[in-house]
Design a protein around this ligand. Structure first.
Ligand SMILES: C[S@@+](CC[C@H](N)C(=O)[O-])C[C@H]1O[C@@H](n2cnc3c(N)ncnc32)[C@H](O)[C@@H]1O
Length: 427
């Protein structure tokens, strides 16, 4: 497959670009029942997922990078069985809560109303919250949120109502904050928001939206999805030859830090004290897609490049990693992009082998992927991902470009054109 025509948009250290309104992204999901409960900007379009499942006539679908559960919800609506795997504990919990949308809305409302009532009566405190939380919320907002959190903890169990009220609480944090809490990734405490929403009002609104959506879910009758908190590199938990379609979007090797993306919420809920805890709680479980991803395996480039999964693309990967190793010496940050790229493709190679185990013969696979150019060094993600798929026993069919990237930022670090699209594979 030659991709020179597709080698377009940029590699950002941070992608500050609001996700454009397009049918390929999560933006439109914010108008859809259930999907709108948590803005997970890395997600793909639910409508596209539904159409794709229907178009393929898939009976059992897998999303090995399930994220907030978009594909699982789409499969459920289309009457297909589905498996999803998600390695990020917090993100998996969001998906799990959304998958409770067919539970009893009245039981949910009863719990939410009890939590609200108890929160009003509890002595709230701003003490003990990590610095990030103190920067993001003024004392009055934090007291309200703290009382809601304390009240929720009294109802914390595995019930759908408890999971859904947890989601209602974590889902309002960014609206309540008075600082820049961009939905895409990072929190910007220096930036002010014009109109933060009062915590109880935000909670009420969210609870009403969740209950209303739950009522519309009565029409959904597909098999209940199976969500596995696990690792796409093994697909453990998914039986052999169980699926006939894979629809997924893995992390791109573009330095987007999925662990950091939920730091605000995890700090608020007391799951971590700050950035320093992200590696142990989240990052070490994820495939390597950012330079902060520090693991035993990525300590030196020789070890990273020696991984057997890289066999099909080792020469090309080595060339690019060597260049990245050289370029970083002239950069202040000296980021480990060379390690990130080597580890990323070895991880993706593992994913393809795991997919080979769980896919029936003749399965259809769609990877939504994007290429990248760390420090301006182009990484042909689509070509290498295709080669790794072929080495695992699939046939790369085609790549459909859906959008260009790196076309509009003013202070871009480089001008390598990049793109995003869908890699179709079968086998
Ligand atoms: C692009 S997002 C998927 C978004 C999803 N399509 C949605 O609509 O919500 C990629 C996801 O892969 C997850 N991930 C990273 N490494 C993983 C691994 N080894 N196994 C499973 N999931 C992983 C990330 O935490 C992230 O949620």
């Amino acid at each position: 497959m030659t991709l020179s025509a597709l080698q377009q948009p940029l590699f950002p250290d941070i992608d500050p670009d609001p996700v454009p309104a397009s049918t390929t992204t999560f933006v439109d999901n914010m108008k859809l029942p259930v999907h709108r409960w948590f803005r997970f900007s890395a997600g793909f379009s639910a409508q596209w997922a539904e159409d794709t499942i229907a178009g393929l006539g898939a009976k059992t679908v897998l999303d090995p990078f399930a994220g907030s559960g978009t594909m699982l919800l789409a499969a459920e609506r289309r009457g297909a069985s589905s498996y999803g795997i998600e390695a990020h504990s917090f993100v998996a919990r969001i998906a799990a809560a959304k998958l409770q949308h067919r539970a009893d809305p009245d039981a949910f409302l009863e719990t939410a109303s009890a939590i609200r009532g108890e929160a009003r009566a509890l002595p709230a405190s701003v003490d003990g919250y990590p610095p990030l939380i103190r920067k993001c919320f003024n004392d009055s907002a934090l007291r309200s949120l703290d009382s809601l959190r304390q009240a929720w903890m009294r109802h914390a169990d595995d019930s759908p109502a408890s999971q859904l009220t947890w989601l209602a609480l974590v889902g309002i944090l960014r609206q309540v904050s008075h600082v820049g809490t961009a939905p895409w990734q990072y929190v910007l405490p220096q930036k002010r928001k014009r109109s933060p929403v009062e915590a109880f009002a935000a909670f009420d609104r969210m609870v009403r939206a969740v209950a209303a959506d739950m009522r519309t879910s009565r029409d959904v009758s597909g098999p209940r999805p199976t969500l596995i908190r696990g690792d796409a590199r093994t697909c453990e938990g998914v039986p052999d030859v169980a699926v006939d379609a894979v629809i997924t979007s893995p992390p791109y090797p573009n330095n987007y830090d999925y662990a950091d993306a939920t730091r605000l919420e995890m700090c608020f809920m007391g799951e971590i004290a700050g950035w320093g805890d992200l590696h142990e709680t989240v990052r070490k479980y994820l495939i390597t897609s950012c330079s902060q991803h520090w693991s035993e395996r990525t300590l030196d480039i020789e070890t990273a490049l020696a991984r057997p999964e890289l066999n099909p693309v080792r020469a090309e990967v080595t060339q690019v990693c060597n260049e990245l190793g050289r370029v970083r010496m002239d950069k202040g940050g000296r980021k480990n992009y060379h390690l990130m790229i080597a580890s990323y493709f070895a991880d993706i190679g593992q994913v393809w082998h795991a997919l080979r185990r769980v896919c029936r013969s003749g399965s259809q696979v769609c990877f939504v992927i994007g290429d990248s150019a760390p420090y301006g060094v182009y990484v042909p993600v689509v070509e290498w991902t295709s080669a790794l798929a072929e080495a695992a026993g699939f046939h790369a069919l085609r790549f459909e470009k859906t959008r260009d990237r790196n076309t509009k930022w003013k202070n871009r670090k480089h001008r390598v054109p990049l793109c995003e699209g869908r890699l179709w594979v079968s086998g």
